[in-house]
Design a protein around this ligand. Structure first.
Ligand SMILES: [Zn+2]
Length: 85
């Protein structure tokens, strides 16, 4: 991980807390992954595009767009998620 990436990881965790954006599970530090809201392949590379997520949700979301993912898995919209829409 580059210095910039490390900084983004820390800032994202400070901003979002240690709770998965999607399933709201509380995560230990070593369980936290960062989801790219707009998939990397579609150019989402800034810090505003990152969200704390558990590995399961991150894997499930894969390269789906946020709305596709929410619809497909029946995930309720909450304030935190709405910030990215
Ligand atoms: Zn999750």
């Amino acid at each position: 991980m580059s210095k910039i990436q490390q900084k983004w990881v820390i800032q994202t965790i400070l901003r979002d807390g240690n709770v998965c954006l999607y399933c709201k599970k509380e995560l230990k530090y070593n369980e936290i992954t960062l989801d790219h809201i707009v998939p990397k392949s579609l150019g989402g590379r800034e810090i505003n595009n990152l969200a704390v997520s558990c590995l399961d949700c991150n894997r499930l979301k894969g390269s789906l767009l946020l709305t596709e993912f929410l619809n497909r898995h029946g995930i309720e919209l909450n304030e935190k998620i709405a910030r990215y829409l």
